[in-house]
Design a protein. Structure first.
Lengths: 288, 405
């Protein structure tokens, strides 16, 4: 019997390409985009349109949270009196922050939840965290629509700066995606990332100017709170959308020089997310 | 043959899994025991495996459980990354290795077809355009509005298989697909396999069923403990596979304690052409083949062969009593081979071969239960455990009254 090594060797087809194994991105950008889109959209439909009142239910969570916080901080402790248009600011901030915390929270277990396809299919692994962010983003757009209806009903008059909102949403999506990539790849190795991240995002909720505005905290701590890029985005959103008399994020932190710190944090998070996920992606299927 | 190209070229591929003995699954454990040495077991799943699959070839990969065949397939599919070596593949590859991967039970067939199509690299529009063909092949026209969770498992398989054959991949990787679906659909799958083969698609099939390999594959390879044992003609590979199985059985018997006067060196089922098979069609000639290694002398021996089913019911038993060649005493070191031929009367199901050595008319000296497992297929429905030769007569009286049976 002939040994395997002695088997006749045929010329390899000139079209042959090397199979390099799983990665974060590989497999063609068209498939990558389509796959992220279809999985994110499907997840969104399943989560929010499973019932007849699906869209209303998707609004319920931010509205409930808004209702509770509004009653506490506006009616009981009278905290909101110092901030112009406090109720709409609160709702606006909650919707933006909810996008971040919901998306990252779901991203933590996303890779493990998709075990079935991860272990049996070749596809770019990055699709998984990105599609959870997409699901959250779709929900964010619909919620923002409701926010603007509320804004007009409250008596805030439209301004051209509303058109600048995408300049805030895009970095917010980017940082959400970066954090999602970090937590989802860490969770494959360490299962206590889930409770840790839950606590961390609660701390971030109170550490960011969601239910307060940055100028209501002591002057000394303002700058440090704004090292958090999400705080910067919320503060700038307040000026562009809710209250044109607010200082704006750059002024609040003390000029462009200081603004480099949150920009550096933002860049570092994005780089860490890409690097970490890219490093972990090839072995995810084996570790599950 | 010289003008043919290899569509898949696997060159010295190895894959080792590093499995920590105590799994450090949380950051807390890592933080509390930062210096604890984690002992790691190395599991060599593939070692230095090289082979080629020609374009348009139907290629089989066989091996026992844990032999590395699924790991090899996952490396080919790009789900695992090979540690060393190189894999070249020409043409478009199906991205998944099992039927129904990525199905979402909460969605309808249309949604699932679109998602699956996108997974295979189509755009959503292209996938939607293909829907009618997929559904027609799967014969699911009447169930379009059902969520997948309300489909029977057979219907899900039909949809999955249909998606696979309607894809325009050049290279198909398939892991154990034929174990599912009803008989009629299985037949359809077999026909589809033939069509794909005749179309010149390259197909790699992983299975432990030699019958499938011998029926479809041009060539096959056998893996054992991560090593490529033999590659070539399916018959040759099949024979080697059976040998390996017998070695395992012998090893297991050796661990079992008392050897008895004889041990079963091998027991298997042969089809009409004398090929060893795991699955035997009902009604076709079948031979139960038993080989015994004798350790102690036995005067006037009788070798019993019986067939049992999953419930342990003895369906059939026979002995070598009255067979001339079995009369002389058994001598130590001797190899005795017994063949029991029949036209397979068994109904559909899983059966076992039990082997015993007795003295004439009495005590049992050695016994091995379930020395071999095999499957019978192709019997008519509701035919029972075995078919018994019979005639059916129907008479009808002149009146239009009830016809007695």
């Amino acid at each position: 019997m002939s040994t395997p090594a002695a088997t006749t060797s045929f010329p390899v087809s000139p079209e042959a390409r090397e199979m390099r194994g799983p990665s974060a991105y590989g497999g063609g950008w068209r498939r990558f985009v389509n796959l992220t889109w279809i999985i994110g959209l499907t997840e969104y439909r399943l989560t929010y349109f499973g019932s007849v009142l699906g869209y209303l239910w998707s609004l319920m969570r931010p509205l409930m949270l808004f209702g509770v916080l509004y009653v506490v901080f506006s009616q009981i402790v009278k905290f909101g009196d110092q901030i112009p248009n406090y109720p709409v600011l609160l709702l606006f901030n909650i919707v933006l922050f909810n996008f971040f915390s919901d998306s990252t929270q779901r991203a933590v277990t996303a890779v493990v939840d998709s075990e079935g396809i991860v272990r049996k299919m070749h596809f770019p692994r990055l699709v998984i965290p990105l599609s959870t962010v997409l699901t959250g983003a779709l929900n964010l757009f619909l919620s923002l629509f409701a926010v603007f209806v509320f804004l007009l009903a409250y008596g805030v008059s439209p301004r051209w700066t509303w058109l600048l909102l995408p300049l805030l949403i895009l970095p917010l999506i980017a940082i959400t995606a970066a954090v999602s990539m970090i937590v989802s790849s860490l969770y494959v190795r360490f299962r206590d990332v889930a409770p840790i991240w839950f606590v961390a995002s609660t701390i971030m909720f109170y550490g960011s100017p969601v239910l307060y505005a940055i100028d209501t905290v002591p002057d000394a701590s303002q700058r440090y709170l704004l090292f958090n890029p999400i705080a910067m985005l919320l503060e700038q959103g307040r000026k562009w959308v809710i209250d044109p008399s607010a200082r704006g994020a750059i002024d609040a932190i003390g000029g462009w020089g200081w603004a480099l710190v949150p920009i550096a944090v933002f860049a570092a998070l994005c780089a860490l997310g890409v690097w970490l996920f890219d490093r972990e992606a090839p072995a995810i299927a084996e570790r599950l | 043959m010289a003008d043919r190209y290899a569509g898949i070229d696997v060159d010295r591929v190895s894959k080792t899994f590093r499995v920590p003995r105590q799994h450090v699954g949380t950051l807390k454990e890592r933080a509390m025991h930062p210096f604890r040495r984690v002992e790691i077991d190395e599991l060599r799943a593939l070692e230095d495996v090289s082979f080629q699959v020609l374009e348009g070839e139907f290629f089989g990969i066989v091996g026992r459980n844990g032999s590395g065949k699924s790991t090899l397939l996952k490396c080919l599919a790009g789900i695992y990354k090979a540690d060393t070596g190189r894999i070249l593949i020409a043409g478009r590859l199906t991205p998944f290795i099992e039927l129904g991967v990525g199905f979402n039970m909460e969605l309808t067939a249309l949604d699932n077809v679109v998602i699956n199509g996108v997974m295979m690299g189509l755009t959503p529009a292209e996938a939607r355009a293909r829907f009618d063909d997929v559904i027609a092949f799967a014969e699911l026209e009447d169930f379009l509005d059902l969520k997948l969770k309300n489909y029977s498992s057979g219907m899900q398989v039909r949809l999955a298989f249909s998606l696979m054959v309607q894809s325009d991949a050049d290279v198909l990787l398939i892991d154990e697909v034929l174990a599912v679906g009803d008989a009629a659909f299985q037949q359809k799958c077999f026909n589809e396999f033939r069509r794909l083969r005749d179309e010149g698609r390259t197909i790699v099939l992983v299975t432990h069923d030699m019958a499938t390999i011998e029926r479809f594959c041009h060539r096959a390879l056998l893996l054992e403990r991560g090593h490529l044992m033999v590659i070539g003609d399916p018959g040759e590979v099949g024979a080697r596979y059976m040998e390996l199985n017998f070695e395992r059985q012998r090893g297991a018997a050796g661990q079992g304690g008392g050897r008895g006067v004889a041990t079963v060196a091998g027991a298997w089922i042969e089809d009409a052409e004398g090929r060893a098979v795991d699955a035997a069609p009902h009604g076709e000639p079948l031979t139960v083949h038993v080989a015994l290694d004798v350790h102690e002398a036995v005067e006037r021996p009788e070798i019993h062969v019986q067939l049992t089913n999953d419930d342990g019911v003895r369906i059939f038993g026979t002995t070598t009593r009255g067979v001339d060649a079995a009369e002389p005493a058994l001598e130590p070191g001797e190899r005795v081979e017994v063949r029991v031929r029949m036209d397979n009367p068994l109904g559909v199901g899983r059966f076992y071969v039990d082997v015993g050595v007795h003295t004439e008319g009495g005590g049992m000296l050695a016994y091995e239960g379930r020395a071999r497992e095999f499957i019978v297929h192709g019997a008519p429905e509701n035919s029972g455990l075995v078919s018994i030769p019979h005639q059916v007569e129907v008479q009808r009286a002149g009146s239009p009254a009830a016809a007695p049976r």
